[in-house]
Design a protein around this ligand. Structure first.
Ligand SMILES: [Mg+2]
Length: 278
């Protein structure tokens, strides 16, 4: 990798299989970002980055004392993409989005990764951004970025949202249907969408991601009050929340081990939810 010039890396990314080059792509290619996978495709556990916990671990959401699982909406099984977030972004709840007229949902920006591999929880992958959907969840803006793993065998064929329409017919319609109805089994209303539930293209998506990155920067440098969000970090030099790696290690070491094997999944997680569409 060290023998490559910047120009060579920019012009020959697919020939180079070295992981550090893939990681560094996000610095050079404007449509490639990192994604933290929270929920692998076809699983149900509602895992998410716990923004209020120190160092923001991935944890399962708990509601009324019970671990939360999303319902299987007929005809789907669990989440229909690898679902996660782009690090270093924040949908600011104090910022009224000019496109949706609603404030942010207080979380990193969400990503639906449409590649063929089922990713692992906690995996960090490079994704090509292809488009974006403007969901409105109980009055909050909740953007959903559509992207594909840069290591997917078909990644070269996907460069914008129209490629998804052409090469995976029905997937975007299913995505809107899923997001519209996924909270209905929990007694919540259907979600709504700006732009008549139409997907915006890659350039629009990247502009939105950049604006959420600016909001994150203000948060982590204490220019915005995050009201309970833990911004503790080990890498952002201009952040007053930066701590040394030993302090971070001590926090991680003090956590209980993951309970994967000890937890049994309730049988009603397998239920298929049939719902009359409006
Ligand atoms: Mg969100």
């Amino acid at each position: 990798m060290n023998s490559l010039t910047l120009e060579e890396i920019v012009h020959a990314p697919s020939k180079n299989k070295l992981a550090p080059v893939t990681i560094s792509l996000s610095l050079f290619f404007q449509d490639v970002f990192h994604m933290v996978v929270e929920v692998p495709r076809w699983s149900n556990a509602k895992m998410e980055i716990a923004t209020k916990d120190p160092l923001n671990p991935i944890k399962q959401d708990v509601k009324k004392g019970k671990l939360r699982y999303v319902a299987n909406l007929f005809p789907y099984k669990g989440y229909i993409w690898n679902y996660g977030a782009i690090p270093q972004t924040w949908e600011d709840p104090g910022h009224n989005d000019e496109h949706t007229g609603c404030c942010g949902d207080n979380d990193p920006i969400d990503v639906c990764e449409i590649g063929s591999k089922v990713c692992a929880r906690g995996e960090i992958i490079g994704v090509k951004v292809l488009g974006i959907l403007a969901m409105i969840d109980e009055g909050e803006t909740d953007w959903k970025v559509i992207a594909i793993n840069v290591d997917d065998p078909d990644a070269a064929n996907y460069n914008d949202i129209n490629d998804v329409k052409r090469l995976k017919p029905g997937y975007l319609e299913a995505t809107v249907d899923w997001f519209r109805r996924y909270k209905v089994p929990d007694g919540k209303p259907e979600n709504e969408f700006a732009f008549n539930a139409e997907f915006k293209d890659k350039d629009f998506a990247i502009d939105i991601i950049k604006s959420t990155h600016d909001h994150w920067k203000a948060l982590v440098t204490k220019k915005t009050n995050g009201k309970g969000i833990s911004c503790m970090n080990t890498t952002v030099s201009e952040s007053p929340f930066k701590c040394d790696p030993d302090a971070a290690r001590a926090i991680v070491d003090a956590l209980p081990p993951p309970c994967e094997s000890a937890c049994t999944v309730p049988t009603d997680v397998d239920k298929w939810f049939h719902h009359q569409k409006n």
